[in-house]
Design a protein around this ligand. Structure first.
Ligand SMILES: Cc1cc2nc3c(=O)[nH]c(=O)nc-3n(C[C@H](O)[C@H](O)[C@H](O)COP(=O)(O)OP(=O)(O)OC[C@H]3O[C@@H](n4cnc5c(N)ncnc54)[C@H](O)[C@@H]3O)c2cc1C
Ligand code: SF4
Length: 512
């Protein structure tokens, strides 16, 4: 039997299930650069270069092993521009008996593949994506019958199952979670070493030219492109992170600094999500560093929790709850996305700095995504679908299975609290404490009302007032509502007035 084995752009791992049992004497691997997937969202140009260049390198690696690869480039003359169209064309070239593919990371694409058998008249085997630490079936079993699907409980089960950071049945060091140790602001004089960049080789240079030519309208700088596009270089990035940044990861996980684009974060998510690195090897590298005394327990626990906990958990939720999940809008948020999410042209320095870093790098770290652009969208009631389209477009690591739960659930509370027990809403005081943004801002975080007041200050209370019916019953919101209720009627009126004026300016696309 001759198999056509389709490998997608985020499945660039030699261990991907679509390649299991491959017979190089009969089978053909199909890889396609399709217009539909590249441009249905106007992705950051670095993200497109990263994926296409990594695909081309991966194909070359398979060929070097003697595996026949049919590779269709974006600008190939007959490229139909769609995945289904390219599989159909490939079948006419190769007379295959069966198509084998690993399940994609997006519900829309899976639904499309499930229709291929009928549409193409050939058996299509969709295999489970085995690159994760928890199978979908395992996650379903965990979720079944539970009232609350909190990440923390899932994470503890995964710790027990993997045995990572366990001392018998107890967590290493006596605590499951070192989050409370991981909230330090960056000392002013602390400088992080520069990050290694990977200069484009000839393959990447050709893709850079292609993307410059075809995606001129897309968001994002291309100059200084420095992502790893091969497994070897991604492993070098992992090694650099563990050696130089992991020891500081925990302490400064929530800190932000203008121009400090990466701080102590790993910047490994794009490599994990497209298959150049596997979550197990990444966690094991961090665990080795702890065992060998090269990184403290709090940092390693914090890092492992992001991957074994959050990453696996959001994926489990996505497949458990889609497609209905994406349609919920618990806070009935309807406002369009402000233009400054693309241009960065706002007087709010924190937002401007986050958008500019995003444009430069196709990357912002978690707290920038959650507490700056996410928090602003939450407080101003921007429609979830618009915010999600933005996050999906602008980050190199954005694939729907991971982007959607983080944006819809964690940042926007649009799922009504399935993922997070309360909205991640914060005023300017939080941003001031965790960053250096406020010092150079046109607004003042200490001023609560009036022209100079930080917009996050009045918008925060306005958000609570607007959503009282939806949020007041949440026990975790009791304290802010008590504080709100202690305010005088005049103060509340003033908050409403300043918020209405700010939101009117936002809607009229005036500079805010
Ligand atoms: C609104 C919003 C949108 C997001 N969209 C994405 C996205 O499209 N793709 C994506 O990979 N992550 C997303 N995240 C999660 C997180 O912000 C990124 O994984 C992280 O910033 C990537 O940078 P890093 O590799 O330096 O992470 P580190 O801080 O070094 O963390 C280590 C690893 O843990 C994993 N991780 C950490 N937090 C999460 C999380 N909440 N969910 C899933 N995995 C996590 C990532 O694989 C990451 O590489 C989003 C978060 C928010 C708040
Ligand atoms: S003052 Fe407000 S708007 Fe300005 S940087 Fe600080 S938090 Fe952001």
């Amino acid at each position: 039997m001759r198999n056509l084995r389709l490998v997608l752009g985020d499945q660039l791992s030699r261990a991907v299930s679509a390649l299991d049992g491959l017979d190089a004497t009969r089978d053909v691997v199909l890889m396609v650069e399709v217009h539909e997937e590249t441009t249905y969202v106007r992705h950051h140009r670095q993200k497109i270069v990263l994926i296409l260049s990594a695909m081309r390198h991966f194909a070359a690696m398979l060929r070097a092993e003697g595996i026949p690869v049919d590779y269709v480039r974006l600008n190939a003359q007959d490229n139909t521009g769609s995945l289904g169209g390219e599989v159909r064309r490939a079948l006419s070239r190769h007379a295959a008996d069966r198509v084998i593919v690993t399940a994609p990371g997006e519900w829309r694409v899976l639904a499309m593949m499930q229709g291929w058998k009928e549409a193409l008249g050939i058996p299509v085997e969709i295999r489970e994506d085995a690159r994760f630490l928890c199978t979908q079936e395992r996650f379903r079993r965990w979720a079944q019958g539970r009232k609350s699907l909190r990440m923390e409980f899932f994470y503890r089960e995964m710790r027990r199952e993997t045995g990572w950071l366990m001392h018998g049945s107890e967590p290493e060091g006596g605590r499951w979670n070192y989050d409370s140790d991981n909230r330090k602001a960056l000392p002013e004089n602390l400088r992080t070493p520069p990050r290694r960049r990977f200069p484009p080789d000839a393959v990447t240079a050709a893709v850079l030219d292609l993307v410059r030519e075809r995606c001129g309208e897309h968001f994002g700088d291309l100059d200084g492109f420095g992502w790893a596009v091969t497994r070897e270089d991604a492993l070098a990035a992992l090694g650099e992170f563990v050696d130089r940044f992991l020891p500081g990861f925990g302490d400064y996980q929530d800190a932000m600094r203008d121009g400090g684009d990466f701080l102590f974060h790993s910047v490994l998510s794009p490599y994990l999500n497209i298959g150049l690195l596997a979550p197990r090897e990444v966690c094991e590298s961090a665990l080795d560093a702890w065992r060998e005394g090269r990184a403290p327990l709090a940092a390693v626990e914090g890092f492992v929790r992001q991957i074994l906990g959050w990453r696996e958990y959001v994926r489990g939720l996505y497949w458990l709850l889609m497609p209905e999940y994406a349609d919920s809008n618990f806070l009935d948020a309807q406002r369009p996305l402000p233009a400054f999410y693309w241009t960065g042209e706002t007087r709010m320095r924190c937002v401007r700095a986050t958008v500019e870093a995003t444009r430069r790098n196709a990357y912002a770290h978690h707290i920038q995504r959650l507490m700056i652009t996410g928090n602003f969208a939450l407080l101003t009631g921007i429609a979830p679908a618009e915010v999600e389209a933005w996050y999906l477009a602008v980050y190199a690591d954005a694939f729907e299975w991971v982007e959607l739960p983080n944006t819809h659930g964690m940042a926007l509370h649009a799922d009504g609290g399935l993922l997070g027990s309360k909205p991640y809403a914060a005023s300017g005081a939080y941003i001031d404490r965790m960053s250096d943004y406020c010092a150079g801002c046109a607004y003042s975080p200490k001023t609560k009302l009036g022209e100079r007041a930080c917009p996050f200050n009045f918008l925060y209370w306005n958000f609570l007032m607007d959503n009282r019916e939806r949020l007041a019953a949440n026990p975790r919101m009791a304290m802010p509502y008590r504080t709100l209720d202690r305010m005088s009627g005049e103060r509340r009126d003033a908050i409403r007035r300043d918020s209405a004026a700010f939101l009117a300016a936002l809607d009229a696309d005036r500079m805010v």
